[in-house]
Ligand binder design. Structure first.
Ligand code: GLU
Length: 314
C-alpha cells in the first residue's frame, strides 16, 4: 500500500478470513499501536470486498492533518497539504484506492529501496555489500552516517547509502544515463511511463549543499569512483521522478509478489534481491523512527519527504 500524508501517523490492517460459503472479515485499524476502529462483516452470497469502505473510513479518520510540508527542498514547501490518498494493491494486482490517488508528486526517498534493488541486480551482492552496510543508523536521513574506519555508509536508506547505490547502478556514466536507467526501472515497476519533475529537481539541486558534502566524503573514502557533483545531480533526478499514490502501491506490490510486477507479469527483481531490499526497509526504511514503526506497524516500509509512504506485507 502507498499513501500520502503530511501527518506522522501510521496504520495497520489485520485481515482475517473464514472459509466456506459465508466469509467473515475483520479489519482492525491501529494508530501508533492503539486500536482506533474495527469493522467485522459477514458476506453471504456474492462476495463484496469490504476493503473500499474500510479504506474510506481510514482516510476520513486520518485526514485531520497536523503536519507541515517539507522546507528541505524549497519547491516542496508549495505542495498542497490537503491532498491525501490510500492505495492498496494485492500481489495479484487487484487495486483498492481512495482519495486523491492520481495526484502526482516527486517520489523522493521512496526511490531508495528500488534503486538499491537495481544496484544489487546490476553489480551483485558482493560489490554492493562491500560499499554499503545494512545497519540501522538511528539518525536522520541526511546525517553523515559512515563507518568510522572505512567511510562505508551504514545502510542504503539514508542519503549516504542512497547516493552510493545510485552511483553503483552504473560506474563512470553521466547523470543522464543513470537517471534514464532508474526512470526505466521505476516505470516498469509502476506499469506506466514516469517523468522527472524538472522544477523539483532544479530546486533540490540548488539547495544540495549537504548531499554534495556527503558525496565528496564518499568519494574521498573511494566508495565510488565518480565525480561527486555528477552523483548528486543524478540522485536528485532520481528523487524527482513523479508518481501517484496508485503508482507507489503498484511498485510496492512488485516487492510483495517476490519481484514480479503484478499487472505485466514481468520479473523485475530476483527473489534474493527482494529479500535483501525488504530486510533493509524493515530495519532502516523509517530512519530514526524505524524501531517505533516496526514495533507499532510491523511491516517493511519507506517514507519520502514529499509525504508518501509505502508499506509491504510480503
Ligand atoms: N531528495 C531528498 C534528499 O536527499 C530525499 C529525502 C527524503 O525523502 O527523505 O534530501
Amino acid at each position: 500500500a502507498g499513501y500520502r500524508s503530511t501527518t506522522p501517523w501510521s496504520f495497520s490492517v489485520t485481515l482475517r478470513s473464514g472459509a466456506a460459503v459465508a466469509t467473515r472479515t475483520t479489519l482492525v485499524t491501529r494508530e501508533r499501536g492503539r486500536t482506533i476502529g474495527s469493522a467485522s462483516m459477514r458476506d453471504d452470497g456474492p462476495m463484496r470486498s469490504p476493503l473500499p469502505d474500510y479504506l474510506t473510513e481510514v482516510l476520513s479518520v486520518c485526514s485531520e492533518g497536523k503536519g507541515a510540508t517539507s522546507d528541505h527542498i524549497p519547491e516542496l514547501k508549495n505542495a498542497d497539504p490537503d491532498r491525501f490518498a490510500i492505495s492498496l494493491v494485492t500481489a495479484e494486482g487487484v487495486t483498492y484506492s481512495v482519495g486523491d490517488d492520481d495526484t502526482e508528486f516527486s517520489i523522493q526517498s521512496i526511490s531508495k529501496p528500488f534503486v538499491y534493488g537495481l544496484a544489487l541486480e546490476e553489480r551483485g551482492f558482493e560489490r554492493v555489500l562491500d560499499a554499503i552496510g545494512v545497519e540501522p543508523s538511528g539518525e536522520a536521513f541526511n546525517e553523515i552516517s559512515l563507518q568510522r574506519d572505512t567511510g562505508r555508509p551504514l545502510n542504503p536508506m539514508i542519503n549516504a547509502g542512497a547516493l552510493t547505490a545510485h552511483a553503483l547502478v552504473a560506474e563512470n556514466k553521466t547523470p543522464e544515463y543513470r537517471i534514464r536507467a532508474i526512470r526505466d526501472l521505476l516505470s516498469s515497476l509502476a506499469g506506466r511511463e514516469l517523468e522527472v519533475d524538472e522544477d523539483i529537481a532544479a530546486s533540490e539541486l540548488g539547495a544540495s549543499f549537504r548531499n554534495v558534502a556527503i558525496a565528496n566524503l564518499l568519494r574521498n573514502y573511494e566508495i565510488f569512483p565518480d565525480d561527486p557533483d555528477d552523483i548528486v545531480a543524478g540522485y536528485v533526478g532520481q528523487c524527482s521522478v513523479k508518481v501517484t499514490t496508485a503508482d507507489l502501491a503498484m511498485m510496492a506490490a512488485t516487492l510483495a509478489g517476490g519481484g514480479i510486477q503484478p499487472r505485466t507479469g514481468e520479473r523485475i527483481f530476483s527473489r534474493s534481491v527482494v529479500r535483501q531490499v525488504l530486510s533493509v526497509m524493515a530495519t532502516c526504511g523509517m530512519y530514526d523512527a524505524a524501531g517505533d514503526w516496526l514495533s507499532t506497524v510491523g511491516i517493511p516500509a519507506k517514507s519520502g519527504i514529499s509525504g508518501g509512504i509505502i508499506g509491504i506485507l510480503p
